[in-house]
Design a protein around this ligand. Structure first.
Ligand code: ATP
Ligand code: MG
Length: 312
């Protein structure tokens, strides 16, 4: 549904996109992951015809985003990084305005507004002014507005940044619902966990280039698995613990400033099974905290940039 080949976009001296290629099959969710300034919004802007690329091509449903921009606009919808609602209007008025502006009849718009209010649980604040809503509610209204015209492809630019866990869950549920309806979704995010939860495939951007792509599982496998972390109660135990783990083929490292509780780390190649083995070895040793920690986006990103360099 989305085909991108060698996109380049320069703003002044900044190469925002430096040859980005990607492909999204219809009815799937692509997570575009990357740190600030990596080119996520620029990619979405080119694909939604808001920005013309300097070089490269992109098509949506087979239509070129530059040469057939109008046709592409009929297929796509965009929820930008910053909410684009009219604060002075109510939720219902905003939804209705989007429907009417995009050419829906009055009666069809009203039916769509009712349907979306139902789906996104907006009923309670349908007649409240958007300016009086919380950030999470606004985000849900924003997404609903993008869906008034039932697009085939939806771009969501950082849909959950700044939301509390509950609102984030609501947006995640919305994205899963869209996928179930067969809508192709490209969402940008800075959260590995979010891409992991929602995306069929992930493309990782850094400085306008694709650093890696694959299913969430494939990318995690490249980065190395989770780490077991055990925080010991007594600093004097750490040497003994590391030796005992080594005797069981578990390579541990210890972290912790003088006087602080030492943190013992063991790469958890087998996930929870490794944690169980570590805790078996620690029987009788007093600890404050123990758990499995997944690699953070930073670690994934750093490891991928390192791999890229090693490959080059
Ligand atoms: N209109 C513009 N004018 C000048 N520079 C721009 C413009 N839009 C983007 N850039 C630059 O292009 C680069 C990529 O920006 P982009 O907004 O695509 O990043 P992003 O991945 O969306 O970042 P964020 O996570 O902060 O939203 C940045 O260096 C940015 O400063
Ligand atoms: Mg952005």
């Amino acid at each position: 549904m989305i085909e991108v080949d060698g996109l380049v976009k320069t703003f002044g001296g900044v190469r925002a996109l430096d040859g980005v290629s990607l492909s999204v099959p219809g009815g799937t969710v692509l997570g575009l992951l990357g740190p600030n300034g990596s080119g996520k919004t620029t990619t979405v802007s080119v694909l939604s015809t808001l920005v013309r690329p300097d070089a490269g091509h992109a098509t949506i449903g087979g239509h070129d985003v530059v040469d057939e921009a109008e046709r592409v606009r009929e297929l796509v919808s965009l929820t930008g990084q910053y909410a684009s609602l009219d604060q002075a209007l109510t939720v219902r008025e905003n939804l209705t305005m989007f429907g009417r502006l995009t050419g829906l009849r009055r009666r069809d718009t009203a039916a769509q507004v009712d349907h979306l209010a139902d789906t996104y649980d907006l009923g309670e604040f349908l007649d409240r002014r958007v300016g009086a809503l919380s950030g999470g509610m606004r985000r849900r209204v924003d997404i609903a507005c993008a869906l008034v015209t039932r697009p085939q492809v939806l771009f969501l630019d950082e849909p959950t940044t700044g939301l509390d866990p509950r609102s984030r869950q609501a947006v995640w549920a919305a994205v899963r619902g869209l996928r179930a309806e067969g809508i192709t979704v490209l969402l940008t995010t800075q959260y590995l966990e979010e891409a992991d939860q929602l995306a069929d495939r992930i493309v990782m951007l850094g400085s306008g280039r694709v650093l890696a792509e694959g299913t969430p599982g494939e990318l995690k496998a490249r980065t190395g698995a989770a780490v077991c972390e055990v925080t010991l109660a007594a600093p004097s135990d750490s040497e003994r613990v590391v030796a005992a783990l080594a005797a069981c083929d578990l390579q541990a490292s210890v972290d912790g400033a003088a006087g602080a509780h030492p943190v013992v780390r063991v790469p958890a190649a087998d996930g929870a099974d490794t944690l169980r083995r570590v805790l078996d070895v620690l029987a009788g040793v007093e600890f404050i905290d123990a758990g499995l920690r997944q690699p953070s986006l930073d670690e994934v990103f750093l490891s991928l940039t390192d791999t890229t360099r090693a490959d080059a």
